[in-house]
Design a protein around this ligand. Structure first.
Ligand SMILES: [Ca+2]
Ligand SMILES: [Ca+2]
Length: 500
């Protein structure tokens, strides 16, 4: 009898008091509980880097690639070969985001990776392998206006993503990155081909669609396939991450296992200065050294660029003198696909899709690179610039039973979202410094994959408010009821006594 009264009174208070509900929700978030937690059954639990908490928050997508948040807080996802899907979360704080609603914003099977939004979210941009499009977008009504074609004539085989980056510093400047048509693309040696280039287009002054190879301004060429492009939030410095070549042989020696390194390149600023801009970054002539065990290495270091067959007119010295060297070099074949800066510019997250051109798989992870004063902290010949944040437990199972990082987005709270195209998933990661409860020691130090962070894999025992999953799953209802009673009594004890 007494218990029944307690139960009814407690529930009545919770049901009728928004204030009480808000309090219990906050209490639950601080305790780190989450009512709905997804796990992947297709591969081993990911390893999370020290100072981070990670959680799987979306499953069931088709090849999710580029990600971006709109002004309403919804996540727009390019599903390659499908279109753009809009996902709304029920945000319970921390890494606890429950997918609330998902809708098809664009259905166009030619869209495959690139996505951008104007800073007011009123214009949406996306790319196919041949064109860049824009639509008027209303994030509140979730509607699109008539599609316009902005840039054309980008078709080529092999590397078909066309990454888009709209400058925050100069909002009418749209960067478009285009890769090579094959592993070693001789056309890329011709500046007029438009292959393996990053170009920038003024989208406010366009009267008709631009032709990629001849319009716009070239930020860099000789960039084999620079899928990730980012603008430093403080300095406006432009960086890209490049997928370098496969199956290389130098002077008759097979060097492909550990060379060439993947690259991070610097492309100057959009402030009108051409300093550090417009140069040739090497491909298809010069490649960056990762493993220094190379025939006729000379005094080259990690990041120095080398040729495959030296001649009088094209050799390692020519590479050093006439081509732009990478600002950082990463392990060969890790396949960087995206780079995103934190709001304070102190970190750049880089997604590595993972290798195929190597006996032992590498990559298949999300890493972070430290920046200071708009530049990477590590020297150009460092092999430790990329620190692992989310990695597969056993790369020998990749690519078959592994997640494969593709697109990245950082939300207004600084949480990092990462798509895995192979598994149709999205993960969220949060740094410990950002959480109310603290703990952990940040993301720095070493390049180990030994973990030390937290992967959220099960719901905690305290679920304090109803949620979509509980409502849809009757089996979970009783547990919620009991927990609600306990917490409502503790949180609103004063109110309960008055009712009793
Ligand atoms: Ca290069
Ligand atoms: Ca490669």
């Amino acid at each position: 009898m007494v218990l029944n009264c307690l139960l009814l009174a407690g529930l009545a208070v919770v049901a009728n008091s928004n204030q009480a509900r808000a309090q219990t929700t906050t209490s639950a978030s601080a305790a780190g509980s989450c009512p709905t937690v997804l796990t992947s059954s297709n591969y081993d639990a990911p390893v999370v880097g020290s100072g981070y908490t990670a959680q799987l928050v979306v499953t069931g997508l088709t090849k999710p690639r580029g990600l971006i948040f709109d002004k309403s807080g919804a996540l727009l996802v390019v599903e390659s070969g499908v279109g753009i899907t809009r996902i709304q979360f029920n945000d319970r704080g921390g890494t606890c985001l429950v997918q609330d609603k998902s809708s098809a914003l664009v259905r166009d099977d030619s869209l495959n990776h690139g996505i951008e939004l104007s800073s007011d979210s009123q214009t949406l941009y996306a790319s196919s392998s041949s064109e860049v499009y824009s639509w008027p977008y209303d994030p509140t009504a979730q509607t699109l206006g008539t599609k316009q074609t902005l840039i054309t004539n980008m078709s080529n085989t092999d590397h078909t993503t066309r990454t888009l980056l709209l400058s925050k510093k100069f909002p009418d400047q749209l960067l478009v990155s285009r890769g090579s048509s094959e592993n070693i693309d001789d056309d890329a040696a011709s500046i007029t081909s438009g292959h393996s280039q990053i170009r920038v287009f003024n989208i406010s002054s366009a009267t008709s669609p631009y032709t990629y190879a001849t319009d716009g301004r070239m930020l860099g060429w000789g960039l084999r396939n620079s899928v990730g492009v980012a603008e430093h939030p403080q300095t406006g410095g432009l960086y890209s991450v490049e997928n370098s070549a496969d199956q290389l042989v130098r002077e008759g020696t097979d060097i492909h296992q550990d060379n060439p390194g993947e690259e991070m390149n610097f492309h100057g600023y959009l402030n009108g200065s051409t300093e550090s801009q417009g140069g040739n970054y090497g491909y298809p002539h010069c490649f960056a050294l990762w493993d220094t065990n190379l025939p006729d290495k000379g005094d080259m270091k990690v990041g120095s660029q080398f040729v495959l067959d030296p001649s009088a007119t094209l050799n390692d010295t020519t590479c050093a003198e006439e081509f732009v060297a990478p600002r950082l070099t990463f392990q060969a074949h890790m396949a960087p696909l995206d780079i995103k800066f934190t709001a304070d510019g102190s970190l750049a997250y880089v997604s590595f899709h993972g290798s195929w051109n190597r006996d032992e798989p590498v990559g298949y992870k999300l890493s972070v690179v430290s920046f200071a004063n708009g530049e990477p902290v590590e020297a150009a010949d460092s092999t430790e610039a990329a620190v692992d944040i989310l990695s597969n437990a056993d790369n020998t199972k990749c690519p078959g039973s592994c997640f494969r990082p593709a697109g990245l987005a950082i939300d207004a709270q600084g949480r990092v979202f990462m798509s895995s195209d192979a598994t149709g998933e999205i993960y969220v990661l949060q740094r410990a410094e950002m959480t109310a409860t603290g703990g952990g020691g940040g993301g720095g130090g070493g390049s180990s994959t030994s973990g030390g962070g937290t992967l959220v894999t099960s719901t905690a025992t305290t679920s304090t408010t109803p949620n979509a999953a509980a409502r849809q799953a009757p089996g979970k209802g009783l547990g919620w009821l009991v927990v609600t009673l306990t917490l409502s009594l503790s949180v609103v004890g004063g109110a309960f006594l008055v009712v009793a």
